[in-house]
Design a protein around this ligand. Structure first.
Ligand code: GDG
Length: 738
């Protein structure tokens, strides 16, 4: 307020300082000429009587006459003087200091004399031709009233200026406040809706200051994005910095079904820790190591309960504890309905176009609801602040965003969907589609691997939910809540920590050949997956069969080493897949085996991560022919493991990874012939081409590592938190800006 009032007050003082003397002078001039006119008027009216009385020498009548005339308070006195300067007559109030000489010479008809009692104006009238005695009259007017009026006028002007300044200042403050409030509202609307310069044609863009601020905001955001996008060296330290600087060290909570460390009893009833075969765990574990925090997951191991403390917590990783794992216990029925039933027999086949029919049972849905509610309770119990950052993982927890939002309204919630999102028609077969979508939209961020999956999601929301969708900014607004839908292509840590425990490539190759009985001249093709029908395991066997049938020269020269880590083995579809796998391996091996050579070596159990990475280093090519896959981390792990810049990656175009690893040999996994040819291409490919392709892919995975994946999501979470911390924009902007 002072900043507005002071300049106005200062300017008014300057005007008053220079203007007041001028006004005073002007007023004095006016009053004096008025008094002069008055003196002439009075003289005019008394000229005849006074001449007559002087001529007659009748002093008593002259006294009486002049006493009447000077009864006027302003007319102080009249002096009648002889030509020699002596006084013929003086009225009573004539000041002693003024004599007939005071009139001055005859050229100056008027004079002003300063007396202690105030100023006096003397007007002189000469009657030179009067008979018998010429005389002159001095008329004295009291001018003290002029001083009084000047003072009054000055006081009035000062009060007037003071009040005007005050009113003006108030007006300026009011207008400025209204204007600033409006700009603030518009800016807050812009910042919330991330609309900076894209509506430059709108009338609001005509406000120059606003335009400038928006421009700066747009530049700042762009700079931040570029910094993130071109940050080539995303490391655990960089991620920690994001949490510290941008999220102000907020508590980070991860929620997933699968736990990063499972404790199972071995044959001697000793708890043994195991890292599960899971792409989600592969990606999230290094992030938790970097950010600390709490990871909440289903305790599914046989020794899990024995290894937690009384709060169901355990510090992990076991060798270097850096974060807390909080285990949640489910009953067998809950696990059956929520995990095996709705998640894996319903949503998994629904989201993967692998032509396995999804099964939806009301009982499974109820279990899914109950388990989601249970996890929401645990999240609320583990939150140690009212605004934690909660990273929910995968399709097991579609209901969690809304359930958590109700318990922790200020939480920043991100749900990452690790599997593909199908098109609207496909998703439409889910009986609880609307409930799922409404719950998901309570998140602040919904992440998918690819833009295509985001578009599918937005189209699905468009079809089944009444809400506002901004396709340009990829946001969905439902009942005032804005949910950002964005692609975050997941990745792996770089460099993978397992590499430091492994010897050079030649030693790894020798060890693997020895372990699995593969001859020195035999080319090693590798497949690593959870034993899942989406991964195309049977299809790759058929491709190998087709290649060996078509090209007998390759017999004895290639061995496909297939790791199939058992997964969801309780479910009929997975049991059938396992049986089918065994029978196909047996059939194809029997068809082509020669001497010690057999075309397929099946590793039908879970391997330790170190052994998996040893296989990557030993392989000549890695075959990733998923029928449908959100991303596929095996492809990225293979590339990361090859610090010799050798090896060929064959990759399905239906895996999200194919969007980034364009230098792989890309295939349609449903086309057996094409896959067979790709294997031959890999076997034939020269060293230079292998190096060039591998180099490019290694650069991509190095730059787009998992720290960058998490960093981008956490930066977006930080931006959302910043926006939410702003005061609410006015209703008008809140609706019109979206
Ligand atoms: C989902 C999406 C998305 C495999 N066998 C063993 C083992 N693995 C490890 C691999 C890799 C991981 O499992 C599998 O990664 P995928 O990416 O293929 O994963 P899914 O489990 O299907 O995961 C997928 C992923 O989420 C991440 O968002 O990419 O599209 O379906 O890390 O090395 N690990 C160990 N032993 C094994 O026998 N230790």
């Amino acid at each position: 307020m002072l900043r507005f009032v002071l300049p106005v007050a200062f300017a008014s003082c300057v005007v008053a300082y220079f203007g007041l003397p001028y006004i005073e002078r002007l007023l004095a001039e006016w009053f004096r000429s008025d008094v002069e006119l008055r003196a002439q008027l009075v003289m005019h009216s008394m000229e005849e009587p006074i001449t007559d009385l002087v001529k007659k020498g009748n002093e008593s009548r002259l006294r009486a006459y002049l006493a009447k005339v000077t009864a006027d308070e302003r007319l102080l006195a009249v002096l009648v003087c002889r030509p020699d300067g002596s006084a013929m007559f003086k009225t009573e109030r004539a000041p002693a200091a003024i004599s007939c000489d005071a009139a001055g010479d005859r050229n100056a008809a008027t004079r002003i004399v300063q007396l202690p009692s105030g100023s006096v104006q003397i007007s002189r009238f000469d009657f030179d031709s009067a008979e018998p005695i010429p005389f002159r009259v001095l008329m004295l007017h009291d001018l003290s009233f002029v001083d009084r009026r000047q003072r009054t006028a000055r006081d009035f002007v000062l009060v007037f200026v003071g009040i005007s300044v005050l009113l003006l200042a108030l007006l300026i403050v009011l207008v400025a406040w209204l204007q600033l409030r409006r700009w603030a509202e518009v800016l807050i609307g812009d910042i919330r809706g991330k609309r900076f310069l894209d509506d430059a044609e709108s009338p609001r863009a005509s406000m120059p200051i606003l335009f400038q601020v928006r421009k700066v905001l747009a530049e700042a955001e762009e700079k931040q994005r570029l910094e993130i996008d071109f940050h080539e060296n995303w490391t655990p330290q960089a991620l920690r910095q994001v949490v510290r600087d941008h999220l102000h060290s907020a508590q980070v909570i991860i929620v997933s079904n699968r736990e990063p460390y499972i404790h199972n009893f071995d044959a001697d009833h000793h708890p043994v820790v195991q890292v599960p075969a899971s792409g989600m765990v592969t990606a999230l574990e290094p992030i938790m190591r970097a950010c600390s925090g709490v990871w909440i997951a289903h305790g599914a191991g046989t020794a899990d309960r024995e290894t937690v403390d009384r709060y169901d917590q355990i510090r992990v990783p076991p060798d270097d504890p850096s974060y807390t794992l909080r285990r949640v216990w489910l009953t067998e029925e809950q696990e059956q309905g929520y995990y095996y039933g709705f998640s894996n027999e319903g949503l998994w086949p629904l989201c993967h176009l692998a032509y396995v029919r999804p099964a939806f049972r009301a009982g499974d849905w109820r279990a899914y609801e109950a388990v989601n509610a249970k996890f929401a309770d645990v999240v609320a119990a583990e939150a140690n602040t009212d605004s934690p950052v909660i990273l929910i993982q995968d399709f097991h927890f579609a209901l969690l965003p809304q359930l958590i939002r109700k318990k922790i309204p200020k939480a920043t919630i991100a749900l990452f969907w690790h599997i593909p999102w199908p098109n609207a028609e496909t998703f439409g077969v889910c009986p609880w589609k609307r409930e799922m979508l409404l719950h998901m939209l309570s998140a602040d961020i919904l992440g998918f691997h690819t833009r295509y999956h985001c578009q599918n999601f937005l189209n699905t929301v468009d079809r089944f939910v009444e809400c506002q969708i901004d396709h340009e900014h990829m946001t969905v607004t439902l009942q005032g809540h804005v949910c950002r839908v964005a692609p975050y292509p997941i990745s792996i840590e770089w460099p993978p920590r397992w590499l430091q425990h492994l010897p050079d490539i030649a030693t790894c190759r020798a060890a693997v050949r020895e372990r699995y009985g593969i001859g020195a001249e035999v080319c090693i093709g590798l497949g690593v997956e959870r034993w899942d029908f989406t991964k195309g395991i049977i299809e790759r066997f058929h491709a190998l069969e087709a290649m060996l049938a078509k090209n007998p020269r390759q017999r004895g020269r290639i061995c496909l080493l297939q790791v199939a880590a058992p997964s969801r083995a309780q479910l009929p579809a997975y049991q059938a897949l396992q049986q089918h796998t065994y029978s196909e391996v047996e059939r194809i091996n029997a068809k082509f085996a020669e001497g010690n050579w057999q075309p397929i070596v099946l590793i039908d159990h879970h391997l330790e991560p170190l052994r998996v990475f040893e296989l990557y280093r030993a392989a000549d090519f890695c075959l990733v022919n998923s029928l449908h896959d959100g991303m596929n981390l095996v492809a990225k792990e293979f590339v990361a493991a090859r610090d010799d810049e050798d090896g060929v990656l064959i990759l399905s175009t239906f895996a999200g990874a194919s969007r980034e690893l364009a230098e792989a040999v890309l295939i349609n996994p449903f086309d057996v012939t094409e896959t067979a040819e790709a294997m031959e291409t890999a076997m034939r490919m020269g060293r230079d081409e292998r190096r060039n392709r591998m180099n490019l892919m290694r650069r991509t995975v190095k730059e787009n590592n998992v720290y960058r994946w998490a960093g981008r999501m956490l930066m977006d979470a930080a931006r959302i938190r910043q926006r939410q911390s702003l005061p609410p924009a006015s209703r008008r902007h809140a609706t019109s800006d979206r």
